[in-house]
Unconditional design. Structure first.
Length: 141
């Protein structure tokens, strides 16, 4: 059984196409050693990544991403345990820079990446508002 996570994050600082390619190359080599597969997309200052493989290795890499100074505002979108098969078994880390590549057919993906990030931040803000309202309204009970 495998584990699969998907997250989205912002670039902590501007990145060039070469920076993104280097990140993907390094991740692919690391993932080969750890038995991980997945993909990394970059667009408009956002990363969108899925990582899958042995649970301990997925957790190790995600912890490293959380500590990586190239990422900010990391949002874990999904974490699936006991996944019976990989979705991306042939990609140690397929890297796609949607800003650099002319992937016309992937333009909707680019828009979806941005929408997912913005909607998730909106949900997080609403959850915070609910929690603050409950703390205020129920403070004397």
């Amino acid at each position: 059984m495998f584990k699969r996570i998907t997250y989205v994050s912002r670039y902590a600082k501007p990145m060039t196409t070469e920076d993104i390619e280097n990140l993907g190359t390094h991740a692919a080599a690391n993932n080969l050693e750890l038995g991980l597969t997945g993909f990394l997309m970059a667009s408009g200052g956002l990363f969108y990544q899925t990582i899958e493989g042995p649970p301990e290795a997925v957790d190790e890499v995600y912890e490293a991403i959380l500590a990586d100074d190239r990422h900010s505002d990391i949002i874990l979108l999904t974490s699936q345990e006991s996944v019976p098969r990989r979705l991306f078994p042939d990609w140690s880390m397929k890297t796609v820079d949607l800003d650099a590549d002319a992937h016309v057919r992937l333009l909707p993906v680019k828009a979806l990446m941005k929408a997912v990030f913005e909607q998730r931040r909106l949900v997080d803000n609403m959850v915070g508002a609910i929690e603050r309202a409950l703390q205020y309204e129920l403070r004397d009970e």
